[in-house]
Ligand binder design. Structure first.
Ligand code: HEC
Length: 195
C-alpha cells in the first residue's frame, strides 16, 4: 500500500500514524452495501413496485385458497345412507371407532357419556337440529358455528364421521348420570335394523 510520508499525523517514539486513504476494496464493499440496503429497503420493507413481499404474499395466499377450493370441489361430502348409519349403531367395531373419536373430539363439550355439558345432551330424545341419523350427520358435518358447534365434515375421515353418528344413535336412552337439561323437540329414535 502506498504510504505518504507527507501525511504523517502523529509520531511518537518512532511510531508513525499515517492518514492513508482506505483501500479500494473496502470502499467498494461500503458503497455496495449502502446501495444494496437502500434498494432492499424500497423493494422489501416499503413494498415499492411489483414482485414485492406483499404482492408475493397475496399471490401465494390466492393460490393456496384456489387449491383448497379445487380439493373441496373434487371431494364432495357424500352423506352415507341412513340404513348404513343405523346398521353401524348395532356394530361393535363401528361403535368403538365412534366412541374413541367422540372421546377425543366431542366429550369436552358434550360430556364423556354424551350427557351434555357446554353442548346438548345427545342421549335424550330431544333435538335442536333434528334427531334422525341423517340430520345428526348433517349437524356433525356442517356444525352450527354461530352456536358453538364446530363443523367436522372436513376435519375427520368419512368413516369416522359415520361412526360418530352410529355411536350417538347407540347412546340413545342410556340415561347417563348428571345429564344436561333437555333442549329442543322430541324425536323418537329410529329403529335399528334386526341384527
Ligand atoms: C366446542 C364445543 C363442541 C364440540 C367440540 C362439539 N360440539 Fe356438538 N354442539 C356444541 C353446541 C354448543 C351445540 C348446540 C348448538 C346449538 O345450540 O344450535 C352442539 C350440537 C351438537 C349436535 C346437535 C344436538 C341437537 O340437539 O340437535 C350434535 C349431534 C353434536 N353437537 C355432535 C357433536 C359431535 C359428534 C362432536 C365431535 C365430533 C361435537 N358435537 C363436538 C358444541 C360442541
Amino acid at each position: 500500500m502506498t504510504q505518504y510520508d507527507d501525511r504523517v499525523l502523529h509520531e511518537l517514539d518512532g511510531i508513525k500514524e499515517y492518514d492513508n486513504p482506505m483501500p479500494g476494496w473496502l470502499m467498494a464493499i461500503w458503497w455496495g452495501s449502502l446501495i444494496f440496503s437502500g434498494a432492499y429497503l424500497m423493494f422489501f420493507a416499503l413494498s415499492f413496485g411489483e414482485g414485492t413481499m406483499e404482492a408475493e404474499y397475496r399471490q401465494q395466499t390466492q393460490s393456496a385458497i384456489a387449491s383448497v377450493q379445487a380439493y373441496v370441489d373434487a371431494h364432495p361430502l357424500v352423506p352415507p345412507k341412513p340404513a348404513e348409519l343405523l346398521a353401524g349403531a348395532g356394530n361393535e367395531a363401528v361403535i368403538d371407532l365412534g366412541a374413541s373419536r367422540f372421546a377425543r373430539s366431542c366429550a369436552a363439550c358434550h360430556g364423556e357419556q354424551a350427557q351434555g355439558l357446554i353442548g346438548p345432551n345427545l342421549t335424550d330424545d330431544r333435538w335442536l337440529h333434528g334427531g334422525s341419523v341423517e340430520q345428526i350427520f348433517q349437524t356433525v358435518a356442517k356444525g352450527w358455528p354461530a352456536k358453538g358447534m364446530p363443523p367436522w365434515g372436513r376435519a375427520l375421515p368419512p368413516e369416522e364421521l359415520s361412526a360418530l353418528v352410529s355411536y350417538i344413535r347407540s347412546r340413545q336412552a342410556t340415561n347417563p348420570p348428571n345429564p344436561r337439561a333437555a333442549e329442543g323437540d322430541q324425536v323418537m329414535p329410529e329403529p335399528l335394523p334386526a341384527q
